[in-house]
Design a protein around this ligand. Structure first.
Ligand code: NAP
Length: 249
């Protein structure tokens, strides 16, 4: 069966690594053309090479910079003549800090990238998504946007906020036929996951708290993102899809 995403155009932020990269590969397999963006352009060409399509453009984009968002989105739409799906994936994964030990600027940085960045990209792209034409947004929250964890206050604040922001967006855009959904990954094996950064023992501890007994793979999040963008999810709007292998806490 042909994919409903065949011939569509998707813009991905944070596409140089981890979940953003895996989603680029997945969407390309389904026939999407792609605008791949990231704060550092270096890893984007590697992502582009992994993709199953020639219809890829790459652009440096710091999502916390609203003017850059406008510019990159304008270039994307000029190039592809359309934009169907947006994956707001760029983000800074957490480092554990007691509240009184947060480094200067850390809280502001997380808010600027994880939360305001999603708003900036939404603001720049929204007017380009055609109404009642199966367009959608998928935004990335986290298990830490649903359940708290100590010493993660700043990150939790941004990821809880993403769910509120996205659910409100879904109510506003539903009447225009534009869907907005959220993925909430658990412990995913990417370079900046807190346990991966801490080493094998921390990974093992995280794995033990997962019912399936292992960390998730970026591709397993990508599969959910692609599902949410496609026709098979056309009555799913404002939903949070948990991809965490089953967590007991
Ligand atoms: P990743 O491998 O570090 O990928 C994130 C990408 O976003 C990186 O390439 C990073 O670039 C980029 N980025 C950082 N700041 C940016 C900015 N200002 N503008 C544009 N891009 C920026 O992380 P990941 O694990 O795939 O995470 C992707 C998303 O999933 C994040 O929002 C994260 O919070 C969320 N998430 C991850 C997990 C997990 O366990 N991995 C769990 C729940 C939620 P640099 O590397 O140059 O900083």
């Amino acid at each position: 069966m042909a994919s409903s995403l065949n011939g569509k155009v998707a813009l991905i932020t944070g596409a140089a690594s981890g979940i953003g990269r895996a989603t680029a590969v997945k969407l390309s397999k389904l026939g999407c053309a792609l605008a791949l963006t990231d704060v550092v352009e270096a890893g984007l060409s590697e992502t582009a090479e992994l993709c199953y399509t020639e219809k890829v453009i790459v652009a440096q984009l710091d999502v916390s910079n609203a003017e850059q968002c406008d510019l990159v989105v304008k270039e994307t739409v000029e190039y592809f003549k359309r934009l169907d799906h947006v994956f707001n994936c760029a983000g800074i994964n957490p480092t554990a800090y007691p509240i009184l030990e947060l480094p200067e600027g850390y809280f502001d940085k997380l808010v600027a990238v994880n939360l305001k960045g999603t708003y900036n990209v939404t603001r720049s792209t929204l007017s380009h998504l055609k109404e009642h034409a199966d367009c959608s947004f998928v935004n990335v929250s986290s298990i830490l946007g649903q359940r708290p964890s100590k010493e993660m206050a700043a990150y939790c604040a941004t990821k809880y906020a993403i769910i509120g922001f996205s659910k409100s967006m879904a109510l506003e855009l539903g009447p225009k036929g534009i869907r907005v959904n959220i993925v909430a990954p658990g412990f995913i094996d990417t370079p900046t996951n807190a346990s991966v950064k801490a080493g094998p023992e921390a990974v093992e501890r995280s794995a033990q708290s997962v019912s399936l007994g292992r960390l998730g793979q970026a591709e397993e999040v990508a599969n959910a993102v692609a599902f949410l963008m496609g026709d098979e999810a056309k009555y799913i709007n404002g939903s949070v899809v948990e991809i965490n292998g089953g967590l007991a806490y």
